[in-house]
Design a protein around this ligand. Structure first.
Ligand code: ATP
Length: 217
């Protein structure tokens, strides 16, 4: 039932340090392709053993709010930031699944780079029991998986049918034809550190917030 009544909801997790057009543009195209009414952006905490975000939780949250202001496709859910500890995606999805029930279709959006490293995520094999994966293309990342076992896992779950995303609650992987946007938060942070302009890489209100708060200097 891929129409306006569809209840397929989609989550988009990440550090968003800062949020940029590489996050927003591919997902806008994806939403048109698979008929998503709304995408929930969920910034996360980073586990202590990984490099920490340079902007704090409140700043990352504010930048998401500024980036999506006036854009009805997106909403923000700050539940992971409100926790003291880093949260595993699988646990957040379990919590959401408990809230929406077993039948409602739920999707988690990732970039191609994240799909390639997904099998290192905590309890990765549980993810597809909870949601579909919607994958955006990203320049520089292969379309095939790193090992034959991973490729087999992808082949088993991949669908090209938008209809299936709406008629099944979870379990499918959809590789979307999204525009290649060659932007990363790492590159933005590096440019800002070198006092190079970034205005065409992120929404103006986010660029202004970064300037005002002298982030990433
Ligand atoms: P960093 O450079 O700090 O690692 P990032 O730019 O990759 O950050 P994240 O917040 O880590 O951004 O990513 C959140 C999600 O957005 C991930 O699923 C990632 O694959 C996806 N993503 C980020 N940038 C792009 C892009 N340019 N094209 C497609 N997907 C992207």
């Amino acid at each position: 039932m891929a129409n306006n009544e569809s209840r397929l909801s989609a989550l988009y997790g990440g550090t968003f340090d800062p949020i940029h057009y590489g996050h927003l543009k591919p997902v806008e195209a994806l939403a048109k392709q698979v008929v998503l009414q709304q995408v929930t952006i969920m910034p996360n905490n980073v586990p202590p053993h990984r490099p920490q975000p340079l902007a704090n939780s409140q700043q990352r949250k504010k930048m998401v709010e500024l980036a999506i202001e006036g854009n009805p496709l997106f909403r923000l859910d700050d539940r992971e930031l409100r926790r003291e500890t880093p949260s595993y995606t699988v646990e957040t999805l379990e919590q959401l699944r408990a809230e929406i029930g077993a039948e409602q279709p739920l999707a988690f959006i990732v970039g191609q780079d994240s799909l390639l490293s997904l099998q290192r995520w905590h309890r990765w094999e549980t993810l597809l029991t909870l949601c579909h994966l919607l994958v955006c293309q990203r320049p520089g990342y292969s379309l095939s998986m790193k090992t034959p076992a991973e490729q087999q896992w992808l082949d088993e779950h991949q669908t090209t049918s938008v209809e299936q995303l709406h008629s099944h609650p979870a379990g499918k992987i959809y590789l979307a034809q999204t525009p290649m946007v060659d932007i990363s938060a790492t590159a933005i942070r590096q440019r800002l550190e070198q006092h190079l302009p970034c205005d065409d890489l992120l929404p103006p209100a986010v660029a202004e917030f970064i300037r005002q708060h002298q982030l990433y200097r």
